[in-house]
Design a protein around this ligand. Structure first.
Ligand code: DOR
Ligand code: ZN
Length: 439
């Protein structure tokens, strides 16, 4: 085991320090859990010692980023360990460059109690590597009726509450949930879907769904809930976070709410930034997600909103499913796609296209999510804990099934070549993931 790790001549990008944004070629030295030196030539001396106890990592053109945080993942434990479990899910997170992952409560049983939250915390700690942060349910069994004991959830380690997968539809329940969550300073994460408008829906409602003869999920089913929720968030002064925003209209409502100082935030997934309903033309079940892939104008609005800060962060909504859940008719297929290991390359692709800056991307995977759930975002500066992600942005790889750490394979990107490879993930100075290619 090394005592010191030196990243040689990496491009360190850390937008967290307002006015003193770091973006330049430096050496970064890690000793134990801590970043001890940052600067050009900071690793000269240690590199020269050639001691067994010093490990020097030099990857030409590599990016060194503060450890990434995923605000929204489904790791399926307890209950559906065939799709994913904590061990495989945390390994996939580390391989994706994430040092921290927040996990949704739609497990079996639902994480609506102190008991399940504690189990997740203890088990994840014993596994080590990427840190897990549970999100508790808003309502018992995610049934949208009775509020959970949010104080218990918080004490056991929950960082937020959400009924993700289901919407809190009833206005009275939503109002009380916002009030109750805010007494414990827990952000409430809403899955915005007016279920009455999305019954039996297979995809986005539009020209493509009409052509395919499939029942559609109209944009307004999202917009109506977001509009109502913003009104309630203003009234209750609670913190409201919108999960996986997918429509132009919801973006507009969030933008207006923010301009009036209401405490609302939003996340967007890589797939909603990249794909449209046209991907469903071949009835590809891998493209069935909830909320559904929308249209070009929505994608454009989401991209613009991420670039201008209306959308606070990118979250994967990693939703692993088994072969039988997807190798079936579209109407039978379960919604969701895996995302942890594809987020960095897919999003670097948008940076390369000029859709948003690298600094904006890093912010939306570090400070952005950290602020929402009250985690401390990693920093690249002397004295900080070494939570870091090393990426080779020039390295291409094929999304081949055998490469993935997740147990599931449900992604439309399978078989495609992507550019940008996570080379190493450090959690508190320890290597949680290392690509075999560095060896
Ligand atoms: O596509 C989705 N899959 N959206 C959700 O809200 C839930 C998730 C899941 O748990 O599979
Ligand atoms: Zn989800």
């Amino acid at each position: 085991m090394h005592e010191a790790l030196v990243f040689r001549r990496v491009r360190a990008v850390d937008p967290s320090q307002t006015g003193r944004e770091l973006d330049g070629e430096v050496d970064v030295v890690i000793e134990g859990r801590t970043i001890t030196r940052v600067g050009p030539g900071a690793g000269d001396e240690l590199t020269r010692t050639k001691s067994d106890r010093v490990r020097v990592v030099e990857v030409a053109g590599a990016l060194l980023l503060p450890g990434l945080i995923d605000l929204h993942a489904h790791l399926r434990e307890p209950g559906q360990e065939g799709k994913e479990d904590l061990r495989s899910g945390l390994a996939a997170a580390a391989a994706g460059g994430f040092t921290d992952v927040c996990v949704m409560p739609n497990t079996r049983p639902v994480n609506d109690t102190r008991f399940v939250t504690e189990m997740l915390v203890h088990k994840a700690r014993s596994i080590g590597g990427t840190r897990l942060h549970p999100i508790g349910a808003i309502t018992v069994g995610q049934k949208g009726e009775t509020l959970t004991e949010m104080n218990d959830l918080k004490e056991a380690g929950a960082v937020a509450v959400s009924d993700d997968g289901h919407c809190v539809t009833r206005s009275d329940v939503m109002r009380r949930a916002l009030e109750y969550a805010s007494t414990f300073d827990l952000p409430l994460i809403q899955h915005a879907e007016d279920h009455a408008l999305t019954k039996d829906a297979q995809m986005h409602e539009g020209a493509v769904s009409t052509r395919l003869g499939l029942r559609g999920w109209p944009r307004v089913a999202e917009d109506i809930i977001v509009a109502r929720d913003v009104i309630l968030a203003e009234y209750t002064r609670a913190r409201y976070h919108l999960a996986h925003v997918s429509t132009l209209g919801a973006v507009r409502i969030i933008r207006e709410a923010k301009s009036r100082g209401i405490a609302v935030t939003a996340e967007v997934t890589p797939h909603h930034l990249l794909l449209t309903d046209a991907s469903l033309i071949g009835y590809d079940t891998a493209c069935k997600v909830n909320p559904p892939l929308r249209e070009d104008e929505d994608v454009a609005a989401l991209r613009e909103a991420l670039a201008d800060g209306t959308i606070d962060c990118i979250a994967t909504d990693h939703a692993p499913h088994g072969i039988l859940d997807k190798d079936c008719e579209l109407s039978e297929a379960l919604p969701g796609m895996i995302g942890l290991e594809l987020c960095v390359p897919l999003m670097l692709g948008l940076v390369e296209k000029g859709v948003f800056s690298l600094s904006r991307l890093v912010h939306s995977l570090t400070q952005g999510p950290a602020r929402i759930v009250g985690l401390t975002a990693a920093r690249i500066r002397e004295g900080s804990e070494a939570n870091l992600t090393l990426v080779d942005p020039a390295r291409s790889w094929v999304v081949a099934p055998e490469r993935l750490r997740t147990k599931s394979r449900n992604t439309p990107f399978l078989g495609q070549t992507v550019k940008g490879m996570v080379m190493m993930t450090l959690v508190a100075g320890a290597i949680a993931f290392e690509a075999t290619e560095t060896a």
